[in-house]
Design a protein. Structure first.
Length: 259
């Protein structure tokens, strides 16, 4: 009985960490252009590890081979959410690899639909205003609330604990991505800091439509990264919740508070 409860706790943590660090791409609008290619692998050189992952506390989760890790992740999600929710939201192939490449690409300009670990959010991107003065409609923000509420209930200490247990998988995928001397946890902290630096955009947020997709009319907003624009697109209140949870996660994974 104790072992069963322990396994359920681990499963819940696995699901939470996967959604927490991979879910941002759920908020991204589709890109008509392919994402930048992965960096060309460079010769391995010694680089300092700024945020080493601490030894995982008990209970430890058995780590499968990366190529065979999807069933473990799917089972973990099912331990926390319903099978219907898993089918609705999770892309069940190459979960760890897609999380790693998604995290790595958040500070970049483009994203690729085929590499997202979470399926696109339901519904249409909502705009308001007359045809010659389109703005981002506040009605759009409600589309993101179910996911934001789920993230808001996550205990980031437990999330980080399971992430530490599974860290070898994330590190292996990060090395395979083209960083033979890099450390995924260092990159995760960098990306969290990048997202926390997202400016608050005062509404109404004006839009333009130079082609099929809408863009922010303000060049300062349009020139932000894919991750930062995603936070703005979900609305100030939702973004504030996500930033709060990111700060909590950062304290644990970086072992110190942000400057």
């Amino acid at each position: 009985m104790q072992s069963e409860a322990r396994n359920k706790a681990i499963a819940g943590g696995v699901a939470a960490v996967t959604l927490a660090i991979g879910g941002y791409y759920w908020f991204s609008k589709p890109s008509e252009e392919p994402a930048p290619p992965a960096p060309t692998p460079a010769a391995a050189v010694e680089v300092p590890e700024h945020h080493p992952v601490p030894a995982a506390a008990e209970p430890k989760l058995a780590i499968p081979d990366l190529a065979e890790s999807d069933p473990t992740l799917i089972e973990a999600f099912t331990g926390l959410f319903s099978a219907k929710a898993i089918e609705q939201f999770l892309v069940p192939q190459d979960i760890v690899r897609h999380i790693v490449v998604s995290i790595d690409n958040l500070p970049r300009k483009k994203v690729a639909e085929r590499l997202k670990p979470i399926k696109p959010i339901a519904g249409q991107f909502v705009v308001g205003g007359p045809d010659d003065a389109r703005v981002l409609s506040e009605d759009n923000y409600a589309r993101y609330q179910p996911f934001v509420q789920m993230v808001n209930t996550a205990d980031m200490n437990k999330v980080a604990g399971v992430y530490f247990n599974l860290y070898p998988l994330f590190q292996e995928a990060y090395v395979d991505l083209g960083y033979p001397s890099g450390y995924f946890n260092d990159r995760l902290v960098q990306v969290i800091d990048h997202l926390l630096a997202t400016p608050d955009a005062a509404g109404p947020i004006k839009l333009t439509q130079p082609s099929v997709m809408y863009e922010f009319a303000d060049p300062k907003l349009e020139n932000l990264s894919a991750g930062q624009k995603a936070l703005i697109r979900m609305g100030k209140a939702n973004a504030a919740v996500i930033k709060t949870k990111l700060r909590e996660l950062r304290v644990v994974v970086a072992q110190k508070k942000p400057a």
